[in-house]
Design a protein around this ligand. Structure first.
Ligand code: DP6
Length: 403
């Protein structure tokens, strides 16, 4: 009994990291807004955490007097219903696992918790992803409470797209049929090692602020867009099967074509929403046209764009295309020479562009429109951080001062 008493844990802490994902078959629209059940399945590529990741530390202590949350060092509302939903669901799984036997060596589920979360990329870049954030929160909480179950169903209740960040590589969010959402979960289609040549370029555009958030925007679309209904019922089921095949076969032509078409149809449903929602900007259209000119010049699909509910462009390409296309982007959007790195992330080689390529592809340069390019690739799912020096909370349960 004395030994068990000694094993009682006054403070417990767990830290995880989680990735951003970019959909190539888009999720847009819920059939249940409380449980976050989508009207269609979706499919995404998980991006590598060396370039984009969220880190979250969750701590529980008998000495904490209230639940608290810090995002990028600033205190935030822990009462947020989506944060609360994740907390409730992880605790529910923990309780189930313990089968009611609260022995003193296990962490009490009644202790208050502190959570700190931060991104390794600037929030201002408009890359701040709720997907990585909720995937990370759920991973850290699960670790804290010793839950090992499949957790995409829990992450989904933080943000729909977050369920896809629970796996690496190529991930499907299966819409499911059940009203309770127990079959609306993420499944890995292929691991991150499946397509070693695949690369991702995030074109971070200058100026941000999305006009309408995804949550509100997609609800208006569900209520008003007949195109969205047709998309969910007819188009997506066919495309999902096609996309899985292109990925399995590493068919960039098919993958790229379909990714572009699906991004375009998502934005078409936004225009079909009433009143309409606009996420694409003049710059997005410029980048779209550039990609099509580049592909036309080469006579096949070398690059594929996709856009979410914000202004940044995400480009898929194979490794042997990256250097040339980055040079095309640099020529098309000459960077302000303020010393900032224009190309970040994975190294990019240099490429000389032929006269014909420049003449055919680089029309009307727009200086400074693209702030920088982040070069990344598919990566793994959430990771446990073992090194205690990496915890975002100190022994007092408060955020460590950051350098
Ligand atoms: C355009 O997952 O952010 O990025 O479920 O309301 O939190 P909520 O929405 P969210 O929507 C993402 C929409 C999208 C497409 C996608 O990622 O599939």
């Amino acid at each position: 009994v004395v030994a068990a008493m000694a094993a009682e844990r006054a403070l417990a802490m767990a830290t995880c990291t989680a990735p951003v994902n970019i959909a190539v078959i888009k999720y847009w629209g819920k059939r249940d807004t409380d449980l976050i059940l989508p009207i269609n399945s979706s499919l995404s590529v998980t991006l590598h955490q060396d370039q984009l990741k969220t880190t979250t530390t969750a701590a529980a202590s008998r000495d904490f007097t209230e639940d608290r949350l810090w995002l990028n060092g600033k205190e935030a509302d822990v009462g947020n219903p989506r944060v609360q939903a994740c907390l409730r669901e992880v605790r529910r799984l923990a309780r189930k696992r313990r089968g009611g036997n609260e022995d003193v060596a296990t962490l009490s589920l009644s202790y208050k918790i502190h959570i700190a979360s931060e991104n390794n990329f600037p929030t201002a870049a408009g890359l701040a992803s709720s997907a990585a954030g909720y995937a990370c929160l759920v991973s850290a909480l699960a670790r804290l409470y010793g839950v090992e179950e499949e957790l995409s169903e829990v992450a989904r209740q933080g943000s729909g797209s977050a369920c896809r960040s629970m796996f690496g590589g190529f991930v499907q969010w299966q819409r499911g049929e059940r009203p309770d959402g127990t079959d609306s979960l993420a499944l890995q289609v292929a691991p991150e090692t499946h397509w070693p040549e695949l690369r991702v370029l995030v074109l971070v555009v200058s100026g941000d602020k999305k006009p309408v958030g995804s949550t509100a925007g997609m609800q208006t679309s569900v209520e008003t867009s007949p195109l969205l209904k047709h998309r969910a019922e007819v188009v997506v089921p066919e495309r999902l099967a096609q996309m899985m095949r292109h990925i399995r076969e590493r068919d960039f032509e098919g993958f790229g074509q379909l990714a572009m078409r699906d991004s375009n149809q998502f934005h078409a449903t936004c225009l079909d929403t009433f009143p309409p929602i606009f996420y694409l900007t003049d710059l997005s259209r410029h980048i779209i046209a550039l990609a099509h000119r580049y592909n036309a010049h080469h006579g096949h699909t070398k690059v594929a764009y996709t856009f979410d509910a914000g202004p940044n462009a995400v480009i898929f390409a194979l490794a042997d295309t990256v250097a040339e296309f980055v040079e095309v982007v640099r020529r098309s959007f000459p960077p302000a020479t303020n010393g900032d790195q224009f190309v970040r992330g994975l190294p990019v080689g240099s490429a000389a562009l032929s006269q014909e390529l420049v003449a055919a592809v680089v029309t009307e340069p727009v200086p400074g429109a693209v702030q920088y390019i982040l070069h990344t690739k598919p990566g793994p799912g959430p990771q446990l951080v073992d090194d205690p020096s990496q915890h975002l909370l100190g022994a007092d349960g408060l955020p460590r001062s950051r350098a």
